[in-house]
Design a protein around this ligand. Structure first.
Ligand code: XUL
Ligand code: MN
Length: 346
């Protein structure tokens, strides 16, 4: 029996958000990066995840030398705090040049910008001693199907990933699929799409995936099955646990808060695949509610981690022998109830 995994935890500066939504302004004051890093440390987390411009603000207007100096200063700050940079992700959905997609824009100048920006994201990661880039392909899709040639777009996506692979020989790339929002329909909606795309690239070994609970649920899939699928390929390199109440906007709720059983099954899947044993982190891509008061600002992060660890205990104490005999007897009604009783406890 391998030793049980000791999980390591991560979140990003955007997970201490200020409460703005498409219908209203922030409900909490803006906080500095240093404050966010302090909270992360105080909560006992091990790593921080970054967008390129979380690490180097206004990255497009910085010289390579300035980018290096700022990234190295951040690295020193993280080292002093004993915190690791888990991933860096290019923010390819904000700039006007990404309005019609980044790598898949119809405009070649815009596609060029997206690739150049991604290469700079790789540079930032390298300065932070981090070997994993995450691509959330936010605007790679369309609102109007006829507006883009999807066949060509898949080629553009592969070409963009190939440029990144060539730029840095050690860097790995994890694709974070999401089926919709902001686009109506995304070109890479599921882990199956992400891993199939990886096979078309110049170095499939360096292209894997990141699963986000809410994104899998929005695709109508069970996140636990997505985890097992990705792990069958040895390609689950990062993870955004959260929760989602049905097919709505991306809610980024605390882990387990909408469906504890679905959360339990994700933890079981992580446990049976030994997720974390190669140094992978459990990241919570969760947001405070808009209603959250300043004094409760970090509760969703504390709660998500607590729920995760409670569910690890539940996974490890699951009555496996009893479950196996019910499975052998095809008594799935009793198995169903066994799971519920176990989750409800005494
Ligand atoms: C968007 C999302 C992003 C990515 C990082 O839904 O999950 O925060 O995780 O760019
Ligand atoms: Mn995410």
């Amino acid at each position: 029996m391998p030793k049980p995994t000791t999980y390591k935890f991560c979140f990003g500066p955007w997970n201490l958000s200020e409460g703005q939504d498409p219908y209203g302004p922030p409900t909490r004051p803006v906080q500095s990066f240093d404050w966010k890093l302090e909270q992360l440390k105080a909560l006992g987390y091990d790593a921080m995840m970054f967008h390129d411009d979380d690490a180097v603000p206004d990255v497009d207007n910085k010289s390579d030398a300035a980018l290096k100096a700022e990234a190295k200063a951040l690295k020193r700050k993280l080292d002093d705090a004993g915190i690791v940079a888990e991933i860096v992700a290019p923010r390819l959905w904000f700039d006007p040049r990404t309005v019609d997609g980044a790598y898949t824009s119809n405009d070649p100048k815009c596609r060029r910008y997206a690739i150049d920006r991604s290469l700079r994201c790789l540079d930032i990661a390298a300065h932070l001693d981090c070997d994993l880039i995450v691509l959330w392909l936010a605007r790679e899709g369309s609102y109007i199907r006829e507006s883009k040639n999807a066949r060509r777009c898949f080629d553009y996506l592969v070409q963009a990933v190939d440029k990144m692979l060539a730029h840095h020989p050690k860097m790995r790339i994890a694709i974070e699929p999401k089926p919709n929002e902001p686009m109506d329909l995304a070109y890479v909606p599921t882990i199956g799409h992400a891993l199939a795309l990886a096979q078309l690239t110049a170095d499939p070994k360096r292209v894997g995936c990141l699963i986000e609970t809410a994104h899998a649920l929005l695709a109508g899939l069970d996140p636990a099955d997505e985890i097992d699928f990705a792990c069958a390929f040895g390609k689950l390199w990062s993870l955004h646990l959260n929760d989602q109440n049905g097919l709505k906007f991306d809610q980024d709720k605390p882990f387990g808060s909408a469906n504890l059983r679905v959360a339990f099954n994700q933890v079981r899947a992580l446990e049976r695949n030994g997720y974390g044993r190669k140094g992978e982190y459990v990241a919570f891509d969760v947001h405070p509610f808009r209603t959250t008061k300043v004094e409760h600002w970090t509760a969703h992060l504390e709660n998500s981690r607590r729920t995760f660890l409670r569910l690890v205990e539940k996974a490890r104490s699951f009555p496996e022998t009893e479950a196996q005999s019910l499975i052998a007897d095809r008594n799935y009604a009793a198995l169903d109830q066994l799971v519920l009783e176990h989750l409800m406890g005494k």
